[in-house]
Design a protein around this ligand. Sequence first.
Ligand code: ADP
Length: 494
Amino acid sequence: MKWNDITLKRVKRKARVSVFWKIFSIFIAFIAVILILLWVFQISLLNTFYRSIKINEIESALKDITENIESEQLESIILSVANDKQICVVICTQNGSKLYSINALPNCIIHHMSAYLLARAYTITHNHGGMYVERTMIDERRSELLFYSMGDPNQVESVIYSKIVSKENGENLLIMLNSSISPVVSTVQTLQIQLIWITVIMIVLAVIMALVLAKNLSLPITKINKSAKVLAQGQYDICFEEKGYREIAELANTLNYAAKELSKVESLQRELIANISHDLRTPLTMITGYAEIMRDIPNENTPENVQIIIDEAKRLTTLVNDVLDISKLQSGSLPFNGEVLNLTANIQDILIRYSKLTEYKIIFEAEQNVFVYGDALKLSQVVYNLINNALTYIGEDKMVTIRQILVAGDKSYPQRVRIEVIDTGDGIEQSKLNEIWERYYKVNKNHKRATVGTGLGLHIVKTILDMHQGATYGVKSQIGHGSTFWFELNVYSL
Ligand code: ADP
């Protein structure tokens, strides 16, 4: 069983809910909450809300009338209270004779009260400290104009506020307000019917919308998943549709990029295996061949033939080392050993090892010692790889120049050191300048000299320099005029 099969199985076993059902259920739950709230507020809490609003209205009306008891506008205030708020108003004297009596309700209680009852109401109010509130349930079945309360259709709750106010002339008056504080049943019934309709329409709409929404959201994910499975099977030319939501389009874009990179790596690796096996076979054949000749034919045991064996063995070593270096660098098993080092002396040390190559002229131009912070071993590898490349692609003049220059830096590191490795060889096409840093990349695959390398050298350079903070690198090249490979590091001290 393949690895991806195993992971797929594991995901399935956890029985995750699909995006479709998740969105669908969230949407339906949301609508359900809204409907519940509507029902609770419109039906169950309607009575409570209505009562508290009504009581507030009566209290503020009572306050208005009390404050304006001696005002000329008293009558208009009473009228507006009665008409706008459906509150009955009676203002009477201590002995029950009415001064004002405005009837706003069909089932008003105070309006029908006799002078005797009003005088009694005065006494009761007085006995309660000048303010008295009475709530009653009135069974008004007998009345033809009756409205019904919610709980019992035959009863409405009525409230009477009575208050004694004193006028400036010392006269005491009784203000009585009466209003019904139960919502009318017909309104509640209308609301209920409306709500039933709203609920049915909302449920139908919600189900349709949830289905459409969930489908729309999950479809592109399902599509991407399908394509990703194809990709996992090794079909790198698969195209992820960059349509739909931004996140999905971005994901598709990333996956397309990943697919492109994977296909590149795969073809490069295939090429590398072909190259390496070819590169390994050639020196091995040479070594075996020459060794056998030298063993069998005594005259062939010459220093030239031994040199060929040594050269071929060296080629093999380089090849194997490059492959090992890159895998070590990439697996992180070669940690960064940072220290302050003398870069100039480092390069000079390396050049000593090239001094035996008398057929080449290697020049190092440096004006002073420059100290940088870096990994000495790894930086030597960078210089080695650049010099080796310059020697491999060296021009007619057989000359390689290494130049150390100081350049301006930024605020934290005002000076930077630039190392240039210059050859006058064939040069590299402008279009290839970015690609040469990639793994296993060789510019001219058919070029005889190019088969010497593994296409890893510059990738090693790039990987190492990327480990150094503030390091930059690049190449300038012109076909027929040679190449200048360079890198820059922050100067620690001079
Ligand atoms: P290789 O081991 O094949 O040289 P590199 O990664 O070092 O691999 O280089 C990648 C490619 O870049 C080489 O195949 C070569 O074509 C090109 N290249 C590198 N250095 C030079 C140079 N100094 N002059 C011309 N071409 C170069």
